[in-house]
Design a protein around this ligand. Structure first.
Ligand code: MRU
Length: 362
């Protein structure tokens, strides 16, 4: 998607030097647009941990390039896999991509061949993610189109949480892809963007994306969605997921569950958009089986923004000595999810629905 009129992906190999992977530094958006060089596997581990890159699909692609950089730097591939897998626990895309890389070099011993294969496969994973995100948008578009028809062409108001936009993937995004597609088709849309404390991915990243593309949107504090739903100001919610179980439970950014509850209480369709690489085919019960990340309390206690002097600044919000808890994700049970929007179509959030679309996984 575009930044100041120029098309960008979130991650790429540096032109003219394929020993360097480059990524957009998402820690400084929307106030600064900076590119970081990732030269070693450890750089990719740090990029994932520190959320230079974030969002489940992008974490996966970054890990795939991390495996390539590991061998380029003469590191042991199994050790690199372990480091990468441990960098963030919730998004299954990470382990999936690492595993794809291990599979692709199975049985190869020539270092040059291994390096070439890992790079080629990382490119493949990246390219496929773009196609998947586009397809999610094409399928999800039908839901927005239908809502627009029901509203006789009046604006469709969509609520989203966190950033499941192109910055969380390579291009298009998951939850945002249907919105971009609808907008391009001339359907009137407006998005309620949850700020998404503590790191404000909604206010910082989703709003940045929508500004760049001219998508009408309004940032709301995380506590506002329920009220808007009660007053008929939300027509549907679309969010992303870091891990989906085979029974359709989804783990997404903390606060998603509360929005799903409010949507359920107000009869508002609550959709989850996902690439199949976010499905954990080995687990059923999201509450019991999805590992939930806990991050530093400082992300709750401090907030980053642009100071009057134009510089990025962090300020303390709370009493210095208070404790804070920073749980990164929550699980929304399948019963609260109206449907899953995948690259193969839309299905019910249950085993039957998922396996109807992905019968080879049965
Ligand atoms: O902590 P983050 O910013 O990596 O969390 C991201 C989300 O919760 C997204 O909604 C999810 O990864 C889906 S991205 C298409």
């Amino acid at each position: 998607m575009k930044v100041n009129g120029q098309h960008y992906h979130t991650i790429w190999v540096k032109e003219g030097d394929d020993s360097i992977v480059q990524a957009i530094d998402q820690r400084v958006l929307p106030h600064q647009f900076e590119i970081v060089d990732l030269k070693t596997c450890n750089d990719t581990v740090t990029a994932i941990k520190d959320m230079i890159v974030r969002g489940a699909p992008l974490i996966g692609v970054t890990a795939a390039y991390g495996m390539y950089l590991a061998v380029l730097g003469n590191e042991n591939l199994q050790e690199a896999a372990q480091k990468l897998n441990a960098s963030r626990p919730t998004a299954i895309n990470l382990a999936w991509a690492v595993n794809e890389q291990l599979k692709t070099v199975e049985g190869l011993s020539d270092r040059g061949e291994v390096i070439a294969k890992l790079l080629e496969n990382a490119h493949r994973i990246k390219t496929e993610d773009i196609v998947i995100s586009r397809k999610i948008g094409e399928h999800g578009l039908s839901l927005i189109e239908e809502m627009s028809q029901n509203k006789k062409g009046e604006t469709v108001n969509i609520l989203t949480h966190c950033n499941a936009g192109w910055l969380a993937t390579i291009d298009w995004g998951t939850a945002t892809s249907p919105i971009y597609h609808a907008f391009e088709k001339g359907i009137k849309v407006h998005v309620w963007v949850d700020e998404t404390r503590p790191r404000n991915q909604g206010a910082n990243l989703t709003a940045f994306e929508f500004n760049q593309h001219g998508i009408p949107h309004t940032i709301i504090s995380d506590n506002t969605g329920g009220h808007l739903m009660q007053h008929g100001m939300v027509d549907m919610a679309i969010v992303g997921t870091d891990r989906t179980t085979i029974q359709g439970d989804v783990a997404n950014k903390i606060g998603t569950y509360l929005k799903a509850l409010a949507a359920y209480d107000n009869n508002i369709p609550f959709y989850v958009a996902l690439p199949s690489t976010s499905i954990d085919w080995d687990i059923k019960d999201g509450l019991k089986e999805i590992p939930i990340e806990t991050r530093s309390e400082n992300e709750v206690k401090y907030i980053q923004g642009k100071a009057e002097n134009g510089k990025l600044t962090k300020v303390l919000l709370t009493p210095e000595s208070s404790n804070a808890l920073n749980v990164g994700f929550d699980v929304t049970p399948a019963r609260l999810v109206t449907g899953l929007i995948t690259e193969r179509g839309i299905c019910n959030a249950n085993k039957e629905g998922i396996f109807q679309l992905f019968s080879e996984k049965k």
